[in-house]
Design a protein around this ligand. Structure first.
Ligand SMILES: Nc1ncnc2c1ncn2[C@@H]1O[C@H](COP(=O)(O)OP(=O)(O)OP(=O)(O)O)[C@@H](O)[C@H]1O
Ligand SMILES: [Mg+2]
Length: 317
């Protein structure tokens, strides 16, 4: 694809997000996050819990004010939420007094106020059908399983026909069978609708199966893009073929290696004890114990330092 506007359909530039801590100081949770996404591309975001994945996604959704930097979607800088960016969270948050149909209708009525009732009905029925809920569209959330409720959440999002679909761990609360079913539902939708998508996930296999590229985030505070990995598997994708692909384990290895490096950097580095005044003037035994400790700790610290350097070297921005 050579059209520059489509190459940078979504562009997040120098994003900074600071939250106040309990002492009133601003802590930069995200600091210098840069990412460009092509039109129709599916980009996964992976990183340790608390690094700031949802913060980036909610800023892109326009639900969370940006401290500094900017986000452009299809040539326009965003300044708040809009139907061009639909979000699916881990929990679908359906209105309990409305059926699946009613929950999807709410958004459709707002986004297409000038469409005829028949057109709106067709749209709602079509998208509920795509997610496999044609027979259950008039059921209330309490009459639907967790997986079915999440399907309603997905239908509600794609029925808005957004420019960008934002998925924040949409399968996080589902059992593994339902998770696989829904991954396939979403993949089919993405292939059919060619939706530009950001998928936050903790699951490296899910990222490889579903995404064209994976953005690996460093730990916060001050999180940014640590590395980017392209997954060039053709679409439509089939789980068995992907799992058997000779490159599958290389991609998996690269993602796991990044996460392990970040885990090591996470701050469980033991503090080097300061020598106390008078140590060494006591007994010989105390002196030996002190020497043993002081030879071990610098080695451990050296190892940790070398990880810092390695990670710095793979940074792409
Ligand atoms: N409204 C807020 N006020 C203050 N700090 C916040 C706020 N929202 C998030 N944070 C902090 O920002 C950091 C990033 O949070 P975020 O929810 O984006 O992480 P995450 O990567 O999505 O985590 P998880 O994988 O657990 O969902 C965390 O340290 C969190 O405590
Ligand atoms: Mg999150």
């Amino acid at each position: 694809m050579s059209n520059p506007a489509e190459e940078r359909y979504v562009e997040m530039s120098n994003l900074i997000k600071a939250y106040p801590n309990p002492y009133g100081d601003d802590i930069k949770v995200i600091d210098g996050f840069n990412l460009k996404i092509r039109k129709g591309e599916v980009v996964g975001v992976i990183g340790h819990s608390g690094c700031g994945k949802s913060t980036v996604l909610t800023m892109l959704a326009g639900l969370n004010p940006i401290t500094s930097g900017g986000i452009i979607v299809d040539g326009r800088e965003i300044s708040g939420p809009g139907p061009d960016r639909a979000v699916v969270f881990q929990s679908p948050c359906l209105l309990p007094w409305m059926t699946a149909y009613g929950n999807v209708k709410l958004g459709v009525d707002r986004v297409y106020p000038h469409a005829t009732p028949q057109m709106r009905h067709d749209l709602i029925a079509y998208y509920l059908g795509i997610v496999g809920l044609s027979d259950a569209m008039h059921r209330y959330p309490r009459e639907l399983s967790g997986g079915m409720q999440q399907r309603v959440g997905i239908a509600r999002a794609i029925a808005l026909q957004p420019k960008v679909l934002l998925l924040d761990e949409p399968f996080g609360r589902l059992d593994s069978l339902t998770r696989m079913e829904l991954q396939d539902v979403i993949l089919e939708i993405l292939d059919r609708e060619k939706l530009t998508t950001v998928l936050i996930t903790h699951d490296v296999d899910e990222a490889i199966y579903m995404c064209d590229r994976v953005c690996m985030m460093t730990n916060g505070p001050g999180a940014k893009v640590g590395n980017l990995m392209t997954i060039p598997f053709e679409r439509p994708r089939h789980r068995a073929e992907i799992l058997e692909h000779p490159d599958y384990y290389n991609y998996r290895g690269e993602l796991i290696c990044f996460l392990e490096e970040q885990e090591e950097l996470k701050g469980d580095r033991p503090a080097k004890p300061e020598p106390k005044d008078g140590v060494g003037e006591d007994t010989h035994t105390d002196l030996v114990a002190q020497e043993d400790t002081s030879t071990e700790i610098p080695v451990l610290n050296d190892e940790l330092e070398s990880h810092v350097t390695d990670t710095e070297m793979v940074k792409v921005n």
